[in-house]
Design a protein around this ligand. Structure first.
Ligand SMILES: CC(C)(COP(=O)(O)OP(=O)(O)OC[C@H]1O[C@@H](n2cnc3c(N)ncnc32)[C@H](O)[C@@H]1OP(=O)(O)O)[C@@H](O)C(=O)NCCC(=O)NCCS
Length: 175
C-alpha cells in the first residue's frame, strides 16, 4: 500500500493532509458528514439523518480503501474505493463545502488512481449526476472518460483504466 500520510498544498497554497481512515476516526467522520452541505445531492448521499448516516458508514467502511483529507487537524474529506467485479473499484469523493474548488478533489482522484493501481485494481468506475459540474470536471481533469450511456439514464457513468506501472528495468543479466 502507498505510504501515507501525505502533506499536500491546495491551489490556494493552503496545506492539507491525506491519510488512511482508521476506526478511531469514526466520530470525526460522522461530524464531518453531519455538517456537510448539501446533503443527498450525490445520488442521495451523504444521508440526511444521523441514523441513516451511521447505517451508510456501517455498510461502506468495512470494505475497500478509505482515505481522509484533514485540514488543521479536522477531518474534512472522505474518499472511498469500493471493490466491484472484474478488478474494478468504485470511486466516491466527499469534500466538506469549506474546502471545495481548490483542486483537492482532482488531486484526490489522481492519488486514488495510484492507490487503486497499487492495490491491483485495473479500472476505476463512478456514476455522477449530470448537474454535478464540479465533480464531472474534477474527474475529467484526472483522466476519467464518460462511458456511453442510454439516453434515458439519469446519471453519467465515468471510468479510468489503470495501466499497470511498468516496473523499472532491472539490470539485464549479462550474457
Ligand atoms: C465533487 C468534489 C469531490 C470535487 O472536489 P473539488 O476539490 O471541489 O474539485 P476541484 O477543485 O478539484 O475541481 C473542480 C472543477 O470544477 C470546476 N467547477 C466548479 N464549479 C463549476 C461549475 N458550476 N460548472 C462547471 N465547472 C465548475 C472548477 O473550476 C474545477 O475545474 P478546473 O480545475 O478545471 O478549474 C467536491 O466538490 C465535493 O465533495 N462535492 C460534494 C459531494 C459530491 O458531489 N461528490 C461527488 C459524488 S460523484
Amino acid at each position: 500500500m502507498m505510504e501515507l500520510p501525505l502533506r499536500q498544498t491546495d491551489r490556494t497554497g493552503r496545506p492539507y493532509l491525506v491519510r488512511y481512515y482508521d476506526p478511531a476516526d469514526r466520530a470525526a467522520l460522522e461530524a464531518m458528514y453531519a455538517d456537510f452541505e448539501p446533503k443527498r445531492a450525490a445520488q442521495g448521499l451523504p444521508p440526511d439523518t444521523a441514523e441513516r448516516l451511521r447505517a451508510w458508514l456501517d455498510r461502506v467502511l468495512p470494505r475497500g480503501i478509505h482515505l481522509l483529507v484533514e485540514v488543521g487537524g479536522r477531518v474534512l474529506g472522505h474518499v472511498m474505493l469500493i471493490p466491484m467485479e472484474n478488478a474494478t473499484a468504485e470511486l466516491a469523493n466527499f469534500l466538506h463545502q469549506s474546502i471545495r474548488n481548490r483542486g483537492i478533489g482532482t488531486a484526490m482522484n489522481r492519488l486514488a488512481a495510484d492507490i487503486a493501481r497499487e492495490a491491483g485494481f485495473r479500472r476505476l468506475w463512478l456514476s455522477v449526476e449530470p448537474s454535478n459540474r464540479p465533480a464531472i470536471r474534477s474527474y475529467q481533469n484526472a483522466g476519467f472518460r464518460q462511458l456511453p450511456g442510454s439516453l434515458w439514464a439519469p446519471e453519467i457513468d465515468m471510468a479510468l483504466d489503470l495501466e499497470p506501472r511498468t516496473t523499472p528495468a532491472s539490470s539485464s543479466p549479462s550474457a
